[in-house]
Design a protein around this ligand. Structure first.
Ligand code: GLC
Length: 566
């Protein structure tokens, strides 16, 4: 009989041996990394904004959850127009998050707990407050700092029109016009995101040299790798010609302007960065990871970024973008395994991040509205078990382990996402997945701001966050938290999970079933009616109740086909 259980009953026969020598060279290949959105994780100062000391205080919680490491969203000094993805200084920490000493304490504490630390790095653009950009503005046309960005004269008799028709990701034209030092309207500069995020010109060698220095600075402080922001960006077509279809460029990231993204020259940067990381790995036998945010239309294009001498990994967003549908999920998984596995990398699965509507809400119905929250939660639990059973690595976004729904009704006046300001659109805004985490108690700040009952988190937490607080989640063995914890524990214990391949099993329509290694089965029922368990066996873990050898709708389960001998 297949039943939900939190008792894994893992037999010594299938337990994985204690970590083997050499594992540190490939630790990332099947790692589960927890994404910490620092502003919203835990606030140690009571100012309503999460910080590095808060992250350090939360490490035992993450250790208990069983992840292998953390990825920190950007903590560099920044005017925060895009919450740190507008970097004013790549070699320091913003005082709102702490300082370099606190950063060092965090890395040391994480390492003591056996957790890796992956830092976000933002090479496509910097902040308009970065000294390079300020110098470029002060110099006027032709100045040496202008060459570090994309400055160009406008079109039209007075240069009053942008140099080309490119659109920015967050709405509006991708160009802004500056006022020259003499006070007259002047050149234009390129920004694929907001005007406060000028794009760097990677054709100028000084840019690459600076980033070498930045990587070494943080690697020397002990970080285990980098999450590379906008890794399909950096290079633009050298002549900056008009886009053939600017409307499409604005609509979706996968159809973005082919002249502004995914240029062949970008691969040279990843080879350079990989060589630099490998140099560190050769010194002490410990791989330094480069995991890229690569948004390109096809898995085949994606695979180019993870060739053996480029990025180690790149987030595979097609699963995140897939609607709740068995055929679509299967297609995405097959495509990833076919195209990525051949590169020497492993697929990097992701269901949630700080830019997307959370799964519980996304799977609850149409659009980003609340839909049917119970259904969304059941599907999100099933998706989690599916993701953790797939070959490769996985990323878990903070709050995912609490089953946090999106906060869909934040009032306009508290919204901070530049997408809202630049497009007036609520449908794409990212504030709803960034609301500070609830840790304990019955009222905001729900333990988020330590020692400050009256602290006001930077985004307001709804009352219902109490139901998802970590203290409740830990106390309830049926919670999302226990499902993630048990799944992560099994990933460590079972040699079949993590890296490797999968074999699809016969299953009814709307059900996906596959075997990992010898006898470990994962099945997901995407439909609404129960089906018989695809194979008989010993249950290990299920995302919901599975009575009488069935797999109910919106449920996933793992089991071993050959019951372990007692
Ligand atoms: C990436 C980040 C996103 C940011 C953008 C610009 O997509 O994930 O949060 O706004 O890059 O840096």
């Amino acid at each position: 009989m297949l039943t939900a259980t939190t008792d894994h009953g893992v037999s010594p026969r299938i337990a994985r041996p204690a970590s083997s020598p050499g594992a540190s060279r490939n630790w990332w290949r099947d790692a589960v990394v927890y994404q910490v959105y620092v502003r919203s994780f835990l606030d140690s100062t009571g100012d309503g904004i999460g910080d590095l000391a808060g992250v350090r205080a939360g490490l035992p919680y993450l250790r208990k959850l069983g992840v292998d490491g953390i990825w920190l969203s950007p903590v560099y000094p920044s005017p925060q127009h895009d919450h740190g993805y507008d970097v004013a200084d790549y070699l320091d920490v913003d005082p709102v998050y702490g300082d370099l000493e606190e950063f060092d304490r965090l890395v040391a504490a994480a390492h003591r707990l056996g957790l890796k630390v992956v830092l976000d790095i933002v090479p496509n653009h910097c902040s308009s407050e970065h000294p390079w950009f300020r110098a470029a503005l002060a110099e006027g046309p032709g100045g040496p700092h202008r060459a570090l960005f994309h400055f160009a004269d406008g079109r039209g008799a007075e240069g009053e029109m942008p140099p080309n028709n490119w659109r920015a990701m967050f709405g509006g034209p991708a160009w802004s016009r500056v006022t020259e030092p003499g006070g007259e309207p002047g050149q234009w500069y390129l920004h694929l995101f907001t005007p406060e995020q000028p794009d760097l010109n990677w054709r100028d060698p000084a840019v690459a040299e600076h980033f070498d220095h930045v990587l070494r600075f943080w690697l020397d402080r002990g970080v285990d790798g980098f999450r590379v922001d906008v890794a399909a960006g950096l290079f633009k077509h050298p002549e900056l010609p008009d886009s053939p279809d600017p409307e499409a460029d604005e609509r979706t990231r996968d159809s973005v302007n082919p002249l502004a993204w995914n240029q062949p020259e970008v691969h040279g940067v990843w080879r350079r960065w990989r060589a630099l990381c490998d140099e560190y790995a050769e010194r002490d036998g410990l791989d330094r990871l480069l995991v890229g945010e690569v948004s390109v239309p096809t898995a085949r294009e994606h695979a180019k970024y993870v060739r053996p001498d480029e990025l180690h990994q790149a987030f595979f967003f097609h699963l995140l973008g897939a609607p709740w549908d068995a055929d679509t999920f299967r297609g995405v998984i097959e495509e990833a395994l076919r195209d990525i596995a051949g590169t020497g990398s492993t697929v990097t699965w992701v269901l949630n991040n700080h830019d997307q509507v959370r799964t519980v809400t996304r799977y609850a119905g149409e659009g980003s509205g609340p839909g049917n929250p119970g259904l969304g939660a059941a599907r999100a639990r099933a998706a989690a078990l599916l993701m953790l059973a797939l070959p490769g690595a996985a990323y878990v976004y903070q709050g995912e382990e609490l089953g946090l729904p999106e906060v869909v009704d934040l009032p306009d006046e508290v919204l901070t996402d530049p997408i809202f300001r630049r497009t007036g659109s609520r449908s794409r805004i990212r504030d709803g997945c960034r609301v500070p985490l609830p840790w304990s108690g019955h009222a905001s700040p729900f333990g988020f701001s330590s020692g400050a009952e009256e602290a006001r988190p930077w985004l307001p937490q709804p009352e219902w966050f109490a139901e998802h607080a970590t203290d409740r989640a830990l106390a309830d063995t049926r919670s999302f938290w226990h499902l993630y914890r048990d799944g992560l524990q099994l990933r460590r214990d079972l040699p079949q999970l993590g890296e490797g391949t999968l074999r699809w099993l016969e299953a009814p329509p709307e059900v996906l079933a596959f075997e990992r290694g010898d006898g470990l089965v994962c099945a997901v029922n995407f439909g609404t009616s129960p089906v018989p368990a695809p194979v008989p066996g010993t249950p290990l873990l299920a995302s919901g109740q599975c009575p009488d050898g069935t797999l109910p709708g919106s449920t996933a389960a793992w089991w071993v086909t050959d019951p372990a001998p007692r």
